[in-house]
Design a protein around this ligand. Structure first.
Ligand code: XIL
Length: 315
C-alpha cells in the first residue's frame, strides 16, 4: 500500500490513524481518505461521557457503535477515548460529592462501555488531562472528591477488569516540551505503575503551533515519556497556524510535521501517530482558537497539502 499507515508499518510502527465520527466519515471524501490512509481510528466525541451516559446509567451507543462498525468493516484498529476527564462531562457526574458514589459511578461507566466493545479496542484513554499546565493536579470532580490521585487507581482497575486485552493509557496535552507538566506526568506514571496501577501506555496529544521552538527537540519529550516503560502514542496530532497562512508559515509547518514524525520513528517506544482530523474543513481548531486553522494534512477541499508530503518524509 501507499497510504500513511502502510508506509509507517513498513518501518515497524503500529499505525497512523485519525479521529473520526459519523459526522466526519459520513462525508464520502473523508471516508475514502480514511480507508486509504488510516490503520487506526479514535472517536472524536462519540465515546465521551456526555455522549455515552448523559444521565445516570442510561447509555447511548449510537454514534460510538457507528464508528466501531466503520472501523471493523474497514480493518482499522481503535483507540477508545475517553473516560475520566473534567470536560464533556455531564452535570450529574460533576454534582457527586462523596467518594463511595463516585467510585461506583466510575466503575459502572467504564465497565459498561468497555464490556460492550471488549476485544475491539487496541487502547483506551482511561484518563485524560489530569494535570494543570504548571504540573499540579487539575481540579475536577474526580480529584476534588478523592482528594488525591487515587481516582486513577479506581478507573484503571475497572478498565483492566473489563477488557484485559486493551492497553490502558493516561493521556494529556502540553507534554511537548520540558517543564513541570512533562516531569510530573512522567513521575505520576512511574508512581502509579510502582503501586500496581495498570498503566500500559502514555498519550501525548500534541496539539502544536507552527513554529513552536520545542518542535525541533520533539523526540526528547518522547524519550522522557519512554522512561515510564509504557508504550508511547501520539494521540491527537495537529499543528495549527493562521487560518490564512503565509508562505513562510506553510513551509514551517512542513518542517514541524517532519520533525514530529521523525521523533516517533527514532524512539522505539513510540507505537503510532493519530492525527486529529483529516480535512481542515472538519478540524476542531477554528472553533476553539480564533483566527487559527490549517492544522491538518488535507486542505478544506480535501487536497493533500505540503504537510502530507512532510509527514511522509518523516516516516
Ligand atoms: C475536541 C473535539 O475535536 C471537538 O469536536 C469537541 O468539540 C471538543 O473536543 N483534547 C482532547 C479531545 O482530548 O477530546 C478534544 O477533542 C481536543 C482536545
Amino acid at each position: 500500500g501507499t497510504g500513511l499507515n502502510a508506509l509507517i508499518q513498513a518501518k515497524g510502527k503500529k499505525y497512523v490513524g485519525f479521529c473520526a465520527d459519523s459526522g466526519t466519515f459520513g462525508n464520502a471524501q473523508t471516508a475514502a481518505i480514511l480507508k486509504a490512509e488510516a490503520g487506526q481510528l479514535t472517536p472524536e466525541n462519540s465515546m465521551k461521557w456526555d455522549a455515552t451516559e448523559p444521565s445516570q446509567n442510561s447509555f447511548n451507543f449510537g454514534n460510538a457503535d457507528a464508528l466501531v462498525n466503520f472501523a471493523q468493516t474497514n480493518g482499522k484498529i481503535l483507540r477508545g477515548h475517553t473516560f475520566v476527564w473534567y470536560s464533556q462531562l455531564p452535570s450529574w457526574v460533576s454534582a457527586i460529592n462523596n467518594k463511595a458514589t463516585l467510585t461506583s459511578v466510575i466503575q459502572n461507566h467504564i465497565t459498561t462501555i468497555m464490556t460492550r466493545y471488549k476485544g475491539k479496542i487496541y487502547a483506551w484513554d482511561v484518563a485524560n488531562e489530569v494535570f494543570n499546565d504548571d504540573g499540579t493536579m487539575r481540579s475536577s470532580v474526580f480529584s476534588n472528591v478523592f482528594g488525591d490521585w487515587t481516582f486513577l487507581d479506581v478507573a484503571f482497575a475497572a478498565a483492566r477488569a473489563a477488557d484485559p486485552a486493551a492497553k490502558l493509557c493516561l493521556n494529556d496535552y502540553n507534554l511537548d516540551y520540558s517543564g513541570a507538566k512533562l516531569t510530573n506526568f512522567v513521575a505520576l506514571v512511574k508512581t502509579l505503575k510502582a503501586r500496581g496501577v495498570p498503566v500500559d501506555c502514555v498519550g501525548t496529544q500534541s496539539h502544536l503551533i507552527v513554529g513552536n521552538g520545542a518542535i525541533p527537540s520533539y523526540k526528547s519529550t518522547l524519550d522522557s515519556l519512554a522512561t515510564t516503560g509504557a508504550e508511547v502514542q501520539i494521540t491527537e496530532l495537529d499543528i495549527r497556524t493562521n487560518s490564512s497562512p503565509s508562505s513562510s508559515q506553510i513551509s514551517q509547518q512542513q518542517t514541524d510535521y517532519t520533525n514530529v514524525v521523525c521523533g516517533c520513528m527514532k524512539q522505539a517506544a513510540c507505537a503510532g501517530i493519530t492525527v486529529w482530523g483529516v480535512s481542515d474543513s472538519q478540524s476542531w481548531i477554528p472553533s476553539v482558537f480564533s483566527g487559527m486553522g490549517y492544522a491538518l494534512l488535507w486542505d478544506a477541499n480535501f487536497n493533500k497539502k505540503a504537510a502530507y508530503t512532510a509527514f511522509v518524509n518523516g516516516i
